[in-house]
Design a protein around this ligand. Sequence first.
Ligand code: SF4
Length: 413
Amino acid sequence: MKNVSQIIDGKRKIIKKPELLAPAGNLEKLKTTIMYGADAVFVGGKEFSLRSQASNFTIDDIKEAVEFANGYGAHIHVTCNIILHQDNLKGIKEYLKTLDEIGVRAIIVADPYIMRIAKELKLRLEVHVSTQLSTLNLKAIQFYADMGMDRVVLGRETTFEDLKVIMEKTPIDIEYFIHGAMCIHYSGRCMLSNYLSRRDANRGGCSQSCRWYYDLYDQGELVNQEKDMPFSMSSKDMALVDHIGELIELGVDSFKIEGRMKSLHYIATVVSTYRKLIDAYCDNPDEFQFNDFYRQELNKAANRALCHGFFYDNPTKDEQLFNLRDEHPTQEFVIRVLDYDQEKKLAKIEQRNYFQLGDKVEFFSPHHENIVVDIHKIYNEDMEAIEVANHPMEILYIEIDYPVQSHDMGRKV
Ligand code: SF4
């Protein structure tokens, strides 16, 4: 077990903070993710990455991402977790060398061939075993350690009890999912999407067929039509927000947030919430008291109801959403702050959703506490007063006494 804390000035402090690792589907989200407190971001490259739909990064994008991350002391991980078919092998060595040269911290891999060549090429970057391999036990972790791997991303199906056993003796770093969507099937090992939409879930093309609406038959009799209740197999999303302290005390090396396809508002909200929670716990673990603020924050961006996934044991019917697959954030993201003029008390903003005079907007940020403001003056780019902001991405100005900052976000209360 790793030593995670030390007495400093008579008070126990956490000296081994876990890495907070978050996803990004494009450069804008990546920069926001880092500004809102992620220590590392994982992205998919255009080549050799599993999530083909997740607007993947070119080499130039990855280069820009690394440079931006370096400015914040953060790191970039690149997924190379494609299940390789014979015709996917070409160019892999050159690709890995390029990622290494531009300063990528780690690649996330699933195919044993990529594991082997990444080590044979003697690259500086770390090699992380993808969650796609569903690693759930210490013996398998030892196997990957013997192959020279630097980290294992555990399967989402790892319970807390199993994690305790793993953290006692693991010879390499462990990454553990703390937040995100769950498959109804064993993570990714699912053929539903292949059969129903010809999109291969195991090669990044999942059409989330488990969340479609189905007719449900019991011994030949249609049972869900009468009640006009659609049947779906959607799982609630996982959130371990109330167990972060226990995971830190175990010495888990990296906390993973899932969701490369999620919105800017979602990722900023989730990352900043876990950032604040981890920092508060590590600063004073013995007096830390979990309060509902963190869960309430997550709920403002949560798409679906939240649960603990496999943390306690196999999920039960209570962790499923059998007839509900719609995704609704509880608060709408309406404003992105571009600049603030302290003298004129005027914020230059980008409109992200409809708002109008009289609305209450809550601004949140990595730099200050949440603040709720009444919108009482809106101007267009020609500084003409307007009453409604109804053009997506329009540049506008609002009067606001509180000094907001560039990249702060506002959501309608
Ligand atoms: S269809 Fe559902 S269970 Fe299957 S891989 Fe996609 S999200 Fe997972």
